[in-house]
Design a protein around this ligand. Sequence first.
Ligand SMILES: Nc1ncnc2c1ncn2[C@@H]1O[C@H](COP(=O)(O)OP(=O)(O)OP(=O)(O)O)[C@@H](O)[C@H]1O
Ligand SMILES: [Mg+2]
Length: 515
Amino acid sequence: MATVLEMWSNLGSAMAGLMFAWAMFKQYFPPQLRKHVEAYVHKAVGYVYPYIHIKFPEFAGQRLERCEAYATIQNYLSASSTARAKRLKAESVKDSKSLVLSMDENEEVVDEFEGVKLRWSSHLIVSQNSPFSFYNSSDQRRYYSLTFHRSHRDLITGSYIKHVLEKGQATATNNRQRKLFTNNPGSDWHYYRATKWSHVTFKHPSTFDTLAMEPSKKREIMNDLLKFQRGKEYYERIGKAWKRGYLLYGPPGTGKSTMIAAMANFLNYDVYDLELTTVKNNTELRNLLIETSEKAIIVIEDIDCSLDLTGQRKTKKQEKEDDEEKADPVKKMMKGEERSKESKVTLSGLLNFIDGLWSACGGERIIVFTTNFVEKLDPALIRRGRMDKHIEMSYCCFESFKVLARNYLGVESHPLFTRVRQLLEETKMSPADVAESLMPKSDEEDKEACLEGLIEALEKAKEDARKKSEEEEEAAAAAAAKATAAGAKVEKEGQKKSSEGDQENGGTGCAKEVK
Ligand SMILES: Nc1ncnc2c1ncn2[C@@H]1O[C@H](COP(=O)(O)OP(=O)(O)OP(=O)(O)O)[C@@H](O)[C@H]1O
Ligand SMILES: [Mg+2]
């Protein structure tokens, strides 16, 4: 015991001596000379000390932005730390459903790569803030340090670091809780800490498995998405920004929004739901784009309703309103205020958003437009290259029905399927309506009752469609008859007028002649 205490006290005095010598050196040596001495000391240590250290700080740059490498290394180390480090810290991920463990400050773990051993350690430096700081808090800086023998320099700085970053990114993707973002109105950005996007956790359960659609079409879309996701090198080689546009069009309730959720779940991407009507102008639109992350699906729903992208001409109503405003200054002021809130995003601004220079920053982005009226859209907006893939979401076919029956009733086949198939071929019903019929209305309602309910709904839809088309035919026939009658009347009046005119003209002619 006495010897241990003695050793401690000797070590303590040696440390104190060294610190004193260092303080003396700093105080009495002129800075120029000190620099030289320090450089020589480092060189001398380099000869006898064969290890190399690489530091990975948590924050760097003038604005102290969080370094991506630090977070990636943290993810990479979480696996080996869990097994080997003695002190760990836990962070919750995936909506608090699971925990990620990483090594605590001043801990160390040993890693091995191609037979080479290396050491990772985590550090924390705490420094007091400047006395002029508004907040009386201390400044904490974390960093990881990697230590290895200098004989492995090439292996570590080359393949090992690449391996760490790749593995770390893969772990991050798996642990990531995906988010659904929506844009805040431009005026809110001025508030303290206001951001352009606000988000909630993305939890939509839709997958390609539960999406009712023709299987071949579904497979084609999935393959297209996979090709895009794995296409980093391909896009680089052909010199194209790593992004892809999808246009989903079709009647209401055919699964356009459901498809977007399935895409996000399939690719593990965040979703940015862009409300174009609250974007003030093209600059704001570009700023929103810059703030989106990689691995994102940017969605503009009902693009035909979002903006007047078809042209700038005024309607008769607008012209009348303009005249009224000119006459009434109060009305003019109120209208002016209203208009200042309206979006001034133009078609060219939107085109720039999709494939201008700024759209290439980030990469790995999918842009999706949805519409019920594809024919209303400006062709420039949806040409291939901008909207690379056009997907029509159509009324429920038998294949789609089978998916819905499996989802909602857990039924793969049933004798009533034959009747459903026949009716689906004869009438149009959206998957949303089919799904609604397949949902049990009470606890007692069984699968058969649900299928019978669907058949009833399909028969009613067929009957309604037949009546509607009959009414339309009758209306068309009535309109045609009216038009014929009106034409005959006009012709008759025309003939009458021309005969009267002939008589009159004859008289005048005579009179002229008399003149
Ligand atoms: N193809 C589909 N597969 C599975 N469920 C679907 C499908 N289409 C519609 N549904 C069901 O109907 C509901 C409405 O569908 P969704 O919102 O995706 O339609 P939409 O095409 O986006 O309609 P809108 O044009 O009105 O926006 C969904 O919540 C989903 O339950
Ligand atoms: Mg929708």
